[in-house]
Write a protein that binds this ligand. Structure first.
Ligand SMILES: Nc1ncnc2c1ncn2[C@@H]1O[C@H](COP(=O)(O)OP(=O)(O)OP(=O)(O)O)[C@@H](O)[C@H]1O
Length: 258
């Protein structure tokens, strides 16, 4: 079932001033799979994701996309590759409706006039493609949506642009039980539709519910990247808290050994 990785990071280093935050980090991300990126507070997850999204320039290491080594000099270049990141704050505008949010800054125009018909069609098709039925009207203001619906809109916005890799930063962090289940179903569906999904999460139940692989960062190093079916909750907790797991045969590790 393992496809060739669409995104490969090799030996990534990243420092802020004198502080090195990422050390020799490698990561493989596969289409059709959810890769959970786990790690304790300050382990470097957000920094790694910002390197993937072109917000931070990498100091050293290689970024490979679809089998070619690339340089990503900003979010626009990442988006041009097909890499979209949904940050925790979602960056949605409350006073705009769903369609306006999905096309914010990338509006479709016919001449000088906004092409609302096309944008509505594309928004509807995208939401239907993700089997999203929880949103009543695409002309609803985002301020009137629940936390789960807002997350859904942010995810739909990310996949609207023929994206190939979608990174989700703690998409269920602020949600209740039912909404968490809905968002996790959506995360799974993204991968089942062929996208490569990277899911940052602190929640082991979420990680085990939807991920195919787990990449564990510990103090800025990739402690292990393993198949979810090969590990237990407690082994992953051990990787997060100590960077090692004594009884785990680490097939793909770098920096820290079992
Ligand atoms: N712009 C920055 N300047 C200086 N240090 C930074 C910067 N961004 C992150 N760091 C440091 O890098 C380390 C890793 O932070 P990062 O936010 O990547 O961790 P994280 O795993 O996402 O943590 P959390 O789960 O708490 O969000 C932390 O020690 C943090 O203080």
């Amino acid at each position: 079932m393992t496809a060739t990785p669409i995104l490969q990071l090799r030996g990534i280093d990243k420092s802020f001033g004198a502080v090195q935050v990422l050390h020799d980090v490698s990561l493989d991300v596969h289409p059709g799979e959810v890769t959970a990126l786990v790690g304790d507070n300050g382990a470097g997850k957000s920094t790694l994701v910002k390197c993937i999204g072109g917000i931070h320039a990498i100091d050293g290491g290689e970024y490979w996309f679809e089998g070619e080594q690339v340089e990503v000099h900003g979010p626009r270049e990442a988006a041009a590759l097909g890499v979209e990141i949904v940050y925790q704050d979602l960056a949605l505008c409350d006073n705009l409706d769903i369609v306006q949010n999905m096309f914010l800054g990338r509006e479709k125009r016919r001449g000088l006039v906004l092409d609302n018909t096309t944008m509505e069609e594309l928004a509807t098709r995208t939401l239907e493609g993700l089997s999203v039925r929880t949103v009543k009207s695409i002309r609803q203001q985002v301020s009137s949506l629940s936390g789960g619906q807002r997350q859904t809109v942010a995810i739909a916005k990310a996949v609207l642009w023929n994206s190939k890799v979608v990174v989700l930063d703690e998409p269920t962090a602020a949600l209740g039980v039912a909404q968490t289940a809905q968002v996790l179903e959506l995360v799974r569906r993204l991968a089942d539709n062929g996208l490569a999904v990277v899911l940052i999460s602190h929640n082991m139940n979420d990680v085990f519910a939807v991920s195919d692989r787990i990449a564990a960062l510990y103090l800025g190093r990739m402690a292990a990247q393993v198949s979810t079916s090969d590990v237990t909750h407690s082994q992953v907790v051990e990787l997060i808290t100590s960077g090692r797991s004594g009884d785990l045969g680490l097939a793909h590790s770098n920096g820290v050994t079992a």
